[in-house]
Write a protein that binds this ligand. Structure first.
Ligand SMILES: NC(=O)c1ccc[n+]([C@@H]2O[C@H](COP(=O)([O-])OP(=O)(O)OC[C@H]3O[C@@H](n4cnc5c(N)ncnc54)[C@H](OP(=O)(O)O)[C@@H]3O)[C@@H](O)[C@H]2O)c1
Ligand SMILES: CC(C)=CCC[C@@H](C)[C@H]1CC[C@H]2C3=C(CC[C@]12C)[C@@]1(C)CC[C@H](O)C(C)(C)[C@@H]1CC3
Length: 621
């Protein structure tokens, strides 16, 4: 009886996997030839793939049998209705003339006679993606771009305008099926593919393979060993009389030298202090980007408040006679303590991710391999009630701790070298990095549109990166200057300041531009910017800073990194470590982002790359 009931409730599958049908383009009355990839009984949605590689989920009413359409040779008609329909189709953004995608024009023979001719006209579309033309690029103020942006409701509006009888009924699920798992079978190396089915939480109907980042399982094992060893190597090295990276590493101190209960207590106290500031009901509650479920999480963006209160607290402590240079003299033990905290946190994150619902997981985070999942992180936004662990760790203890450590290094330099004030080099490094952190906290909301917050799971990589890597390696320049004074001439200092300001300007402008555009593409302040729409509903900026290179924010960041190393001179490689690491990190991040965007946006991303050919440095790379 129970089984019969289940059977009765099961929706009938009208279209089979592999079948070629006509799928309505979300937000319009245009139909394209699509291939059915699967059917999800739970949501009653069909997964279909368009010819440009875009995968979407469609409801049955938005699919028609191919036989209901008639194809006819391409006409050069320029009827207004036709022009209108083109401008609203994906073809508009992806014009391609290759024979492989030879164009054909179709009309919906099944259009009911009561539909007006305007609608009939609008159903004449190319089957193939069309190649991008200058005219196809939208102005940010363009109605179409505005409507498309990340908003199913707006798409609904557009369909209502065009589709007549479907008014108010056509709801599209713009969640891309590929969002359920990272599918890139053609490009992935066999040994880096894992059976998606192997994990219990795999979304129903999800693709079966996932390419793994960071060298896959073996890579994760390597990084788990290498990253902490490298941090301890640097920390031991910078304390040397001659901290040359080419020198043989110092002898490993006995294990006991790493542990200091007081240092551990101070690290925990610092994190708790930051957690308390984070939870105070002060400052704005900002909305994150829509999740796959459509939900938008709220974040307390009071980072500037947190660093201001922290600065006051540290000043008060120093005034009370607390020796802040303790941080310099116990750097190794503090590093070890923070490392221990990051490991404990990662274990907790891994365990809780095993119980998280599938829609709370990051894409590609689960390989079924313990080490890889522990390293890469699995849950996208782990939260304890309203407390967002990833956001907190990325923006608070490590970032504000970075400034505190730099400050301690300035005091240690004065103490060790008998100075009344920090050296110019130390001042520049301190002020430059303080500006970077304060800017990040002032514009804290902007982090909600970055890769880490939107796409990456929270695991060892980020926990360790946020709590250990950032505070204990980004401070090496200041640490280096404590024992290695570098005199700076005024012209050299002025040139370095100019470089920092140029870098900062590019970094801030480009990050703000993208953040503002992602939050509200209709923002009048962005009306001068051009964008191209994509099938996901989001558009891509192709002018302004995002029209100069594909990652203008990385360019600005790299210029700033250069300005942080220059005050340390050229006698050792160690203070240049950040610059070298940063180039590697950003080149890798760019590559990771490129393949992610290629997967998300299909051929429109290729068009973007053709329009904006350089990745980070104009004319060079
Ligand atoms: N100091 C450090 O250690 C460090 C390390 C890493 C990064 N950073 C800095 O952190 C900031 C964030 O970096 P991130 O790596 O997260 O990258 P990001 O450039 O902020 O974000 C990349 C995302 O932006 C969107 N996007 C790409 N091209 C676009 C376009 N033309 N128009 C509109 N949106 C576009 C895409 O996401 P959607 O399309 O899905 O929205 C893409 O996935 C950067 O300034 C970087 O320099 C600093
Ligand atoms: C463990 C390793 C090697 C890597 C982990 C990467 C992690 C340290 C970075 C990933 C994203 C970075 C980031 C900032 C700091 C470093 C990361 C967390 C950032 C918070 C620095 C301040 C900026 O203003 C920012 C734009 C908010 C940065 C966002 C990304």
């Amino acid at each position: 009886m129970g089984d019969c009931w289940v059977l009765l409730k099961m929706p009938a599958v009208r279209y089979q996997s592999g079948e070629m049908v006509m799928g309505r383009w979300p937000g319009s009355s245009l139909y394209y030839e699509v291939k059915v990839l699967g059917f999800d009984a739970e949501s009653s949605l069909y997964t279909v793939i368009y010819k440009d590689g875009t995968e979407l989920e469609l409801k049955e009413p938005d699919i028609k049998p191919a036989s209901g359409f008639q194809t006819r040779p391409r006409s050069r008609s320029r009827s207004p209705g036709r022009r209108r329909s083109r401008s609203r189709s994906p073809a508009r953004t992806t014009r391609r003339t290759s024979s492989r995608t030879a164009a054909a024009i179709i009309t919906d023979a099944a259009v009911p006679s009561h539909r007006d001719t305007r609608l009939k006209d609008s159903l004449e579309v190319r089957l193939s993606p069309l190649k991008q033309t200058k005219a196809a690029v939208n102005n940010g103020n363009n109605k179409h771009a505005k409507k498309e942006e990340n908003n199913t409701a707006s798409n609904k509006g557009e369909a209502t305008a065009e589709a007549g009888p479907d008014k108010g009924q056509c709801r599209y699920n713009l969640r891309r099926r590929k969002d359920d798992a990272d599918a890139k079978p053609a490009a992935a190396k066999p040994e880096q593919l894992v059976e998606e089915d192997a994990k219990p939480a795999a979304a129903p109907g999800a693709p079966t393979t996932t390419p793994l980042d960071f060298g896959g399982k073996i890579g994760a094992f390597f990084w788990l060993l290498f990253l902490p060893s490298w941090v301890f190597f640097l920390v031991l090295q910078v304390n040397q009389e001659d901290p040359s990276l080419t020198n043989s590493p110092p002898l490993l101190p006995p294990p006991g030298a790493f542990w200091d209960a007081q240092a551990f207590g101070l690290v925990v106290l610092w994190i708790v202090f930051q957690a308390v500031l984070y939870t105070l009901p002060v400052g704005k509650l900002s909305e994150g980007m829509p999740l796959r479920s459509g939900e938008r999480l709220k974040y307390r963006t009071n980072g500037f408040f947190a660093i201001s209160v922290s600065a006051l607290a540290i000043a008060a402590a120093a005034h009370q006679g607390v020796d802040i240079t303790y941080i310099h003299s116990h750097f190794l033990q503090l590093t070890a303590a923070a490392f221990l905290v990051s490991v404990l946190l990662s274990v907790y994150l891994y365990v809780r991710s095993q119980y998280a619902a599938s829609e709370q997981l990051a894409l590609g985070g689960s390989s079924g391999n313990l080490l890889y999942d522990f390293f890469k992180g699995h849950e996208l936004n782990p939260r304890i009630r309203e407390f967002d662990l990833k956001f907190f760790c990325e923006m608070r203890p490590g970032l504000i701790g970075w400034c505190l450590i730099n400050f301690a290094m300035a005091l240690a330099e004065m103490k060790q070298q008998g100075l009344d004030a920090p050296s110019y080099s130390m001042l520049l490094v301190n002020l430059f990095q303080l500006l970077y952190v304060v800017d990040g906290l002032w514009n804290e909301e902007a982090i909600l549109t970055t890769m880490d917050l939107m796409h990456d799971g929270f695991g060892f990589m980020l926990a360790f990166g946020d709590l250990v890597w950032v505070p204990f390696t980004y401070t090496l320049q200041a640490y280096y200057l404590v024992r290695h004074p570098v005199p700076l001439s005024p012209p050299a200092a002025a040139a370095i300041i100019a470089l920092k300001l140029v870098g900062f300007y590019i970094f801030r402008k480009s990050n703000s531009e993208k953040n503002a555009f992602r939050r509200n593409p209709s923002d009048p302040k962005l009306s001068h910017l051009q964008s191209i729409p994509t099938a996901t509903g989001k558009s891509l900026l192709v002018s302004g800073w995002w029209g100069v290179v594909r990652h203008p924010n990385y360019l600005g960041d790299l210029l700033m990194a250069l300005a942080w190393s220059l005050p340390c001179g050229f006698s050792h490689l160690l203070p240049w470590y950040y610059m070298i690491y940063f180039v590697i990190l950003l080149v890798h991040r760019d590559a990771r982002d490129m393949s992610e965007c290629r997967r998300k946006y299909g051929s429109v991303w290729d068009e973007y790359c053709r329009t904006v050919p350089y990745r980070i440095i104009p004319g060079v790379y």
